[in-house]
Write a protein that binds this ligand. Structure first.
Ligand SMILES: C[S@@+](CC[C@H](N)C(=O)[O-])C[C@H]1O[C@@H](n2cnc3c(N)ncnc32)[C@H](O)[C@@H]1O
Length: 593
């Protein structure tokens, strides 16, 4: 019966109780009261139902009271009333308790907001409006917004109506490190209020608060060409429709962006016939406008006071499409209706990476997995292969580890058989394992030459052949070999004849297979990294060489393994289906100098 207490002010016995109860019933549809309205006492003892569920609880509580005092009411009706009250009053508590707890800065922000004397602030003229503390976005809604940010992988968010920043900080927590959130807020006082807590949170730096009327900020953002993945509208209700139209008309919403709108149920007033409340009517008109707008799809989620989720639909499904002078082709619609980024996804694909236990191979394994592929991490070193497979597993990627020496044909065949028996196919073969030994050419031993070629060229060939047979059978496959910038230039001053020559061989192997197998659906390409920053390179012996190399690289730095990740995903994806036998050189311009 906890929920029903919310509506019985006489039961509030301490500040703590009031605070706890308020937390469970945050007012999301709060109405700002301007200077024209007379100042009234604090609202905490005048808590009015503020969501459809709270309205139900209120009505059921009243009905129960009437029934209790009326002898003629059948027991069965009383019992139904009680059950209905239990169901409705328990909902918010249950959601609150089952939702992941908020972070410390959010808890602090909440406490500071609830305990602040907003009436006094208004009386002192520090805010234009008397701001009800219940305006704050609560815990459950805050976590919902954060979840939406994660789900949509948003990087840029716009919030219209920040108040003390609870929603802003919740969303910022869901953004990546380089994500940003612009919060529009009318009252400069609220920026000063929120900023110290933003500064305490590691996510606060992502938030920029713009004070003043939100429409002015929207115009400023539009003229700067800004675009957002998520827009959260939660300010003055009559202006919702203007904010929405401005955002849509000025493309402030990204192609696949989502607009979230708060208070779309407005205490059920949007659908109650006797509504006269201006905000309720504004929200009703807003909902109807959106549901008739061919540019978007919407769904209203009955969370708290209702959150509307609105997304732009494919331009081709809009009625207006046929009236425009547009060319209805794959460039416009996307190939099979998929945008260029969708075409880089590797969902459902099976990949392996040799030499996947460290360095470039590990980076490739992560990249392919992040793009959606299942990944077999192959390495001579069992421990390293297992560790990387575990890393992938931790990220929610299907991965296995295979121990194999790719210079041994039986190991190569076992690798391929293991993957096929586990996952039924091989779509992406990343033949990355290789070794590098240094010696002056006049001193290069046949043993060094053979060892280098056994792994770098013969081993790569065996992998191409074994995986290629599976792929030719499937009629589709992507082979990506790791060659080297050394296939193009002779890197100096280090002496590495066998390495350079073997890598030149990898390029020719790639070109030959790439042209021989393309008509049967198998593409073979290679990546030639420049000098990659690895722990080895920082050894005492190599440090002088690094200085020398840096002066040879237009980019002014060595390659990081992460610089190579997009290339492997591109070559593994259908977006590169017309590319075969290509040597994709990624060396910061070094081969051009
Ligand atoms: C419901 S509260 C926002 C709650 C907030 N989203 C949160 O997470 O706690 C509405 C806020 O909108 C602000 N506001 C109202 N009209 C505005 C306008 N025209 N421009 C910018 N902000 C406005 C108010 O000052 C108030 O802080």
């Amino acid at each position: 019966m906890k929920g029903s207490l919310l509506l019985l002010p006489q039961l509030f016995t301490s500040c703590d109780t009031i605070e706890t109860l308020l937390r469970k019933s945050t007012h999301r549809g709060c109405q700002l009261q301007g200077t024209a309205r007379p100042f009234t006492a604090s609202m905490s003892h005048e808590k009015v139902p503020d969501t459809p569920v709270e309205v139900l609880v209120d009505l059921l509580t009243k009905a129960k009271k009437i029934a209790a005092g009326c002898g003629a009411v059948p027991e069965e009706l009383k019992s139904h009333l009680q059950k209905a009250l239990d169901i409705s009053s328990g909902l918010d508590d249950y959601l609150e308790n089952m939702t992941t707890p908020e972070s410390e800065p959010l808890a602090e922000l909440y406490k500071k907001t609830i305990s602040h004397d907003w009436d006094q602030v208004f009386k002192e003229g520090k805010t234009t409006f008397r701001l009800p503390k219940e305006c704050i976005t609560g815990h459950v809604e805050g976590q919902t917004l954060k979840m939406l940010i994660h789900m949509s992988q948003a990087r840029k968010v716009l919030e219209i109506g920040m108040f003390t920043g609870y929603g802003a900080l919740s969303m910022a927590e869901g953004l990546p490190e380089d994500g940003c959130l612009v919060a529009c807020e009318l009252e400069p006082y609220l920026k000063e209020f929120a900023q110290p807590i933003f500064d305490k949170s590691p996510h606060g730096k992502k938030i920029t608060v713009k004070t003043g009327p939100a429409m002015d900020t929207l115009k400023e953002l539009a003229s700067a060409g800004e675009q957002f993945d998520i827009v959260f509208i939660d300010a003055d209700k009559p202006n919702y429709i203007n904010y929405y139209n401005f955002i849509m008309d000025n493309n402030l919403l990204r192609l696949r962006g989502v607009i979230c709108v708060d208070n779309c149920l407005f205490k059920a007033k949007v659908y109650l016939k006797d509504t006269t409340d201006s905000n309720g009517l504004a929200l009703r008109e807003f909902n109807e406008f959106i549901s008739n707008d061919p540019r978007v799809e919407q769904v209203i989620v009955p969370l708290r006071d209702g959150i509307s989720l609105i997304r732009r639909v494919s331009v081709t499904s809009q009625n207006s499409f046929s009236q425009c002078n547009t060319t209805d082709d794959e460039v416009f619609r996307g190939v099979k209706g998929r945008s260029i980024l969708d075409r880089m996804h590797l969902d459902g694909k099976v990949a392996y990476v040799t030499g996947g236990g460290q360095g470039i191979g590990r980076a490739f394994a992560h990249a392919l997995g992040e793009a959606g592929a299942k990944v077999a991490v192959v390495d001579m070193d069992q421990g390293k292969a297992e560790t990387v497979a575990k890393e992938l597993h931790l990220k929610g990627i299907h991965a296995i580890s295979i121990t194999a020496d790719i210079s041994r044909s039986d190991d190569v065949q076992r690798m391929v058989d293991t993957i096929v028996s586990k996952w039924g196919a091989i779509h992406i073969a990343c033949n990355n394992a290789g070794i590098n030994m240094n010696s002056a050419s006049e001193e290069t031993s046949l043993e060094e030459w053979d060892r280098t070629f056994n792994v770098n060229l013969r081993g790569t060939f065996m992998c191409c052949q074994a995986a290629g047979r599976v792929m030719l059978q499937q009629g589709y496959g992507k082979i990506i070999n790791t060659a080297s910038m050394a296939s193009l230039i002779v890197p100096h001053p280090q002496k590495q004849l066998s390495y350079n020559t073997s890598k030149a061989g990898v390029v020719k192997l790639t070109q030959t297979l790439g042209t021989e197998w393309i008509d049967r659906g198998v593409r073979v390409n290679c990546i030639s990294p420049g000098i990659v920053d690895t722990p080895l390179i920082h050894s005492e012996d190599l440090r002088p060489l690094v200085q020398r190399w840096l002066s040879d690289i237009p980019a002014g730095r060595l390659a990081q393994v992460t610089d190579l990740q997009a290339a492997v995903v591109y070559l593994a994806s259908e977006a590169s289906d017309y590319m075969t036998g290509h040597n994709l050189v990624i060396e910061g311009g070094q081969s051009l100098w």
